[in-house]
Design a protein around this ligand. Structure first.
Ligand code: FES
Length: 224
């Protein structure tokens, strides 16, 4: 059963919304070990797909976005945004694309400056605690890569006095939100947002605190 706490935990902040340009780039991502291809259709809708073409399993991140479709790099099969349905096989332009060939798609939402992904077929709404996690006017600091489980990261942030589910508190002396991505068993990403202005002394202090936080977590003897 989804409590507010674990509902928050199953929405994964996989990328900054600003890093996905409509009809342009494909970004590689992870959530709970699931490899993802993240992209934005020309109409602006965000997509999170399993990073494997259903034809011969080539990574979608090697392909390209063509309007509202993702085209695989290998044989050029094209898949529709939203449904993931195969829509075109360039080697056989007169042939109807088979209806049973479909990219695996995941639920997405955009909130707090991030693209969130839900791996279950029935994605619940993004909880308000996450939707409103980053106050208006705050700035992105950095994404910290930490070789430790997301559980270890959460415990360490709690030890720093930061509170779930958005993990808000003071880091390096400045008010910060730490959005945690459970990427793989022993790999987590921490997206840091702050009230500190870019280039300010407070922002520099936060960068230094973030590096120290990573060092401290990775040095823990029993991560889990
Ligand atoms: S592997 Fe993707 S089109 Fe063939």
């Amino acid at each position: 059963m989804n409590t507010p706490e674990n509902t928050a935990a199953t929405w994964h902040p996989v990328a900054r919304s600003a890093d996905l340009r409509p009809g342009a780039n494909i970004v590689a991502g992870f959530a709970e070990g699931q490899e993802l291809a993240l992209w934005r259709a020309a109409d602006g809708t965000a997509q999170a797909w399993e990073n494997r073409c259903p034809h011969r399993s080539v990574r979608f991140t090697l392909g390209q976005v063509i309007d509202n479709r993702l085209a695989c790099a290998y044989h050029g099969w094209q898949y529709e945004a939203g449904s993931g349905q195969c829509a075109s096989i360039p080697a056989h332009p007169a042939m109807q694309a088979p209806r049973n060939v479909c990219a695996k798609t995941f639920g997405t939402a955009e909130a707090a400056g991030m693209l969130w992904v839900h791996l279950s077929p029935e994605a619940p709404p993004v909880p308000d605690e996450l939707r409103n996690a980053v106050p208006a006017g705050w700035h992105f600091c950095r994404t910290l890569t930490v070789r430790a489980s997301a559980g270890t990261v959460r415990k360490e942030l709690a030890r720093h006095g930061m509170a779930s589910p958005a993990w808000r508190g003071r880091l390096g002396g400045t008010e910060t939100v730490a959005l945690i991505l459970d990427a793989q068993t022993r790999l987590a990403f921490i997206h840091l947002w702050t009230e500190a202005a870019p280039g300010s002394a407070a922002m520099k202090a936060l960068h230094a605190a973030a590096r120290q936080l990573r060092t401290d977590i990775e040095a823990l003897p029993h991560q889990g």
